[in-house]
Design a binder for this molecule. Structure first.
Ligand code: F6P
Length: 355
């Protein structure tokens, strides 16, 4: 028998960059909502686009088969925001009214928005217009404020780790320094996690501006010890430090790995190569950890909706799924604190962070 629920019909959308685990989360929400509460579940297509354009599918048990292990999102995603929808003539338009109309026309009691920080911001705007919303934190960047971890991160870290492992053997065979570009936006979680897991020698992250001399020294020190190859991971947002004595209002541009490789090659007379991991980090089947996390978050969302708790993100804190008000999450980013245990661990094992 279905449990008591304050909601009878919900919509789910996925928004922002995709990541492994999105389908597992959709499945978690929908399974729990249907089986435990007898809710009707609708899938909104292509992020907020589908909400504005009223493009919707029914999610029944049949549509949920095979989703747990499937990469990407069966609903499609986009980075578009209801209040800034791109128009055919290249301009953007506030389509919040159309989004609200679809919500009402579908008789939704709550809209589940699965996404990162940007999605939380958009969901908060809809909440402020009077809609019931709940968000789930996903992203390979792990930079969503208010949660210990996001799903997608563990899978991406495994992919990046495997890639660096493979680069290790070829770097060693050819006695080369290989630079590996890792995603992560303005946070170094992915680069640092994979560097620790794969035993990289240098890891440059946005949180710690680097000095070229330190990077060169670290590679040279290894050479002195007879290790004629090195692995340098470069997070997407890593930047050089402002040279001592130079005053500037604008921070330096993010580092370009190809230029950095050329600099290393010239300074150390070592052969270098650059590998960009790119979208491989976001594709494919989720790791077991992400499958479980996405499912837990999804089930917790269904329970919160049933009890009428809205306007929150479901976060993981010390292994528990807890609601956090969207006002606390939106507009913030969780970067790595400089005294974070991962940074301390990196320093203790001699992983050069470029400072
Ligand atoms: O947020 C995930 C992410 O892959 C970031 O690491 C990266 O900065 C960005 O998305 C890439 O965005 P897009 O998919 O729009 O190219």
């Amino acid at each position: 028998m279905a449990r008591q629920s304050k909601a009878s019909c919900i919509g789910i959308l996925t928004s922002g960059g995709d990541c492994p685990g999105l389908n597992a989360a959709i499945r978690g929400v929908a399974k729990a909502a249907i089986a435990n509460y007898g809710m009707q579940v609708l899938g909104i297509l292509d992020g907020f686009n589908g909400l504005v354009e009223n493009r919707v599918i029914h999610l029944t048990d049949r549509e949920l088969v095979g989703l747990l292990t499937l990469g990407g999102t069966i609903l499609g995603t986009s980075r578009n925001k209801p209040h800034k929808m791109p128009q055919p003539d290249g301009t953007t338009r506030d389509m919040t009214g159309a989004a609200m109309e679809t919500y009402r026309r579908l008789n939704l009691d709550c809209l589940v928005c699965i996404g990162g920080g940007g999605t939380a911001k958009n969901a908060l705007m809809l909440k402020n217009q009077g809609l019931n919303v709940i968000t789930l934190p996903k992203t390979i960047d792990n930079d969503v404020w208010g949660t210990d971890v996001t799903f997608g991160y563990d899978s991406a870290m495994s992919i990046a780790t495997e890639a660096i492992d493979r680069l290790h053997t070829t770097a060693s065979s050819h006695q080369r320094t290989i630079l590996v570009d890792v995603m992560g936006h303005n946070a170094g979680w992915l680069a640092l996690g994979a560097s620790l897991a794969a035993g990289a020698d240098v890891c440059l992250i946005p949180e710690i501006p680097f000095r070229f001399e330190r990077v060169a020294e670290a590679i040279e020190e290894r050479r002195q010890k007879g290790r004629r190859f090195s692995l340098v991971t470069v997070a997407e947002g890593a930047r050089p430090a402002v040279p001592a004595g130079k005053k500037t209002d604008t921070p330096p541009e993010p580092v370009n790995s190809v230029q950095l490789a050329a600099q290393i090659e010239k300074a150390l007379r070592t052969e270098t190569r650059v590998t960009t991991l790119g979208y491989i980090q976001r594709g494919g089947t989720p790791s077991p950890t992400d499958r479980v996390l996405a499912t837990q978050l999804g089930v917790a969302a269904a329970d919160l909706i049933a009890e009428g708790t809205y306007g929150v993100m479901v976060a993981v804190r010390n292994g528990k799924m807890v609601p956090v008000p969207l006002e606390e999450v939106a507009g913030k980013k969780k970067t790595i604190e400089l005294d974070h245990p991962l940074i301390q661990t990196a320093r203790r094992i001699g992983l050069c962070l470029g400072d």
